[in-house]
Design a protein around this ligand. Structure first.
Ligand code: ADP
Ligand code: MG
Length: 236
C-alpha cells in the first residue's frame, strides 16, 4: 500500500524553484533514501511533507488523505514524524522532558505522554541521560535525542534528515542499528544521507533530486548505472 504520495510538488522562494514538479510514492513499510547534492531541495521537501512549508503547487497525500498545507502539529498527529537537519531539541529541558513534549503531540494525557517518552528513552539507549538537560549532551547523543523526539510522536512515517552526519564510525553503526530497529517495528522511513555506503546498505529504494528536480527513482544498483545520477551526484 502507498503510504505517502508526492504529486507534482513545487516550492518557490521568490525566483528560485527549490523543489520543482516532484512526484514519487513511498510504499508502507519501506526505507527510501532521498539523495542529491547540497541545495537539491531535500530538506524543503521534508518540510512540505511535515507541514512546516506549504507547497507552491502540487499535492501531498498521506495514508489516503490529502495533507497538503497542513500545519506541523496536524501532520504529526496524522503520523508524520521528522528530524531537523539543524537540531531542534530544547537545551534547558531534560532528555525526558524533551521526549514528553514531543509525545504530547500524539498522546493527550500527561500520563500517556510520559509513558511513551519513557519507553522511547529506553529503546534509544538514552536512559542514563534521562534527567540531564539536553544542552549538556555530546553531538552524537543530541542527534540520538533528535531521532528519539521524532519517535516519541509515534510516527507511521519517519523523515530523517542527515541524522548520521558528523558521527564517528562507531556512532554511525549504532545509529544504523537504531534505524533498523525502528524499521523492524513497521515504521516507514525516508532518509536523507550523504554517505553512499550507508544509503546503499539501508535503502532498497532511492529518490534522487538535483536542482529541485526529480532525476531518478529506483534501486541503488540501477542508480549507480544511471548517467543523470552519476553526473549530478555519484560521479566525480
Ligand atoms: P538540501 O536539503 O537538498 O540541501 P534545501 O531544501 O535546504 O536543499 O534547499 C533547496 C534550495 O532552496 C537551496 O537553494 C536553498 O538555498 C533554498 N532555500 C531553502 N529554504 C529557503 C528559504 N526559506 N528561503 C529561501 N530559499 C530557501
Ligand atoms: Mg538539507
Amino acid at each position: 500500500m502507498t503510504l505517502l504520495s508526492v504529486d507534482g510538488v513545487t516550492k518557490r522562494f521568490g525566483g528560485l524553484a527549490a523543489v520543482s514538479d516532484v512526484s514519487f510514492e513511498v510504499p508502507e513499510g519501506t526505507i527510501t533514501g532521498l539523495i542529491g547534492p547540497n541545495g537539491a531541495g531535500k530538506s524543503t521537501l521534508f518540510s512540505m511533507i511535515a507541514g512546516a512549508q506549504r507547497p507552491t503547487a502540487g499535492r501531498i497525500s498521506f495514508a489516503g488523505k490529502d495533507i497538503t498545507g497542513w500545519q506541523p502539529h496536524e501532520a504529526a498527529r496524522a503520523g508524520v514524524g521528522r528530524t531537523f537537519q539543524l537540531m531542534r531539541v530544547f537545551g534547558s529541558m531534560t532528555v525526558l522532558e524533551n521526549l514528553t513534549t514531543a509525545a504530547h503531540l500524539r498522546h493527550r494525557t500527561k500520563a500517556s505522554a510520559r509513558a511513551v517518552a519513557e519507553r522511547v528513552c529506553a529503546e534509544t539507549n538514552l536512559g542514563s541521560y534521562a534527567h540531564r538537560p539536553a544542552a549538556t549532551l555530546t553531538g552524537a547523543t543530541k542527534k540520538r535525542l533528535e531521532l528519539a523526539r521524532a519517535l516519541a510522536t509515534s510516527p507511521r512515517l519517519l523523515l530523517l534528515d542527515e541524522v548520521l552526519s558528523g558521527l564517528t564510525p562507531t556512532e554511525t553503526a549504532e545509529a544504523i542499528s537504531l534505524i533498523e530497529q525502528v524499521h523492524a517495528q513497521g515504521i516507514t522511513i525516508v532518509l536523507v544521507e550523504h554517505v553512499m555506503q550507508v544509503v546503499m546498505s539501508l535503502c532498497p529504494r532511492l529518490v534522487v533530486l538535483d536542482f529541485g528536480k526529480l532525476i531518478f527513482t529506483g534501486s541503488p544498483d540501477d542508480a549507480v548505472k544511471d548517467q543523470a545520477v552519476l553526473d549530478a551526484y555519484l560521479g566525480a
